[in-house]
Write a protein that binds this ligand. Structure first.
Ligand SMILES: [Zn+2]
Length: 266
């Protein structure tokens, strides 16, 4: 029994080495990151501090926003189209606070992001066009995540990263000059199973500012609850990381996102 355990442990360590999976600095050889978000404020909420650290370090970060954010209001005088336009402006302001110059808008209707082959192919096209070294997406297995756009964005991102290197997948992309692309680093944010932490203690106030730039979402009364919520999340990850404020991510080798019974162990 114990002998078996040891065999597994040794074999597991060897496998991680073979996969060149190293959590000491996942961004070491990364020059470009694609950060995929369900709604226009999710990159800032989930990763604002991390994104600022990356861009300050000379790494290019591009957002892909899956939906138009047009449902995020309790104001019945604001049409979906008007709100979508407001949210685009807010996102551009928020992104620029974090050093992000490009936002790609997929434009699906908020609350209705479909989990289909068509959206998957569109996302593959973006990955092939942008050629990121790393992709970050919401963890679709976050326990109790109630928003379908968040779960679907996570699943679509996993699929797109897995399929973008396959030349026979969406092979007509080649006509548009797009070539298969292998993403080297894949990680989740909004995760309950972080295996990597970014110390954002010095960036917490800027992160809050970047979130608050989404003024249509964070009116004064909403912010009264959201500021303590965001600080509590950062303190939660911070406690695990041994710093004040942190953001938690979960990096996974591609192989562990398919038929692996011990994927949770890393
Ligand atoms: Zn969202």
């Amino acid at each position: 029994m114990f002998r078996d355990m040891d065999d597994f442990k040794i074999s597991f360590e060897r496998l991680l080495k073979e996969l060149e999976f190293d959590l000491s600095n996942p961004f070491e050889d990364v020059e470009k990151v694609l950060c995929i978000e369900p709604h226009p404020d999710d990159c800032a909420i989930g990763l604002g501090g991390t994104i600022k650290k990356l861009t300050e370090g000379g790494i290019e970060v591009v957002y892909v926003c899956m939906t138009d954010g047009s449902m995020g209001t309790l104001d019945d005088n604001l049409s979906p189209h008007e709100l979508a336009m407001i949210r685009r402006k807010e996102e551009e302001e928020s992104a620029s606070l974090l050093g992000v110059k490009k936002v790609i808008w997929m434009g699906y209707r908020d609350t209705e992001l479909p989990y289909t082959g068509e959206v998957r192919r569109e996302l593959v096209k973006i990955i092939r066009a942008e050629k990121p070294d790393a992709v970050l997406a919401p963890d679709p297995w976050l326990p109790y995540e109630g928003h379908p756009d968040h779960r679907v964005t996570g699943f679509l991102s996993i699929d797109a990263v897995a399929f973008s290197p396959l030349p026979n997948f969406a092979s007509t992309d080649g006509v548009a000059g797009l070539k298969p692309h292998q993403v080297d680093v894949f990680g989740f944010y909004y995760t309950a199973r972080p295996n990597y932490f970014v110390d954002i203690t010095d960036l917490m106030e800027l992160k809050l500012k970047a979130v608050r730039a989404h003024r249509s979402q964070f009116t004064d009364d909403v912010w009264e609850k959201w500021e303590p919520f965001l600080r509590t999340v950062a303190l939660y990850y911070g406690k695990k990381a041994g710093v004040k404020y942190a953001e938690g991510l979960r990096f996974m080798p591609g192989l562990f996102l398919h038929i692996t019974p011990f994927a949770e162990l890393i």
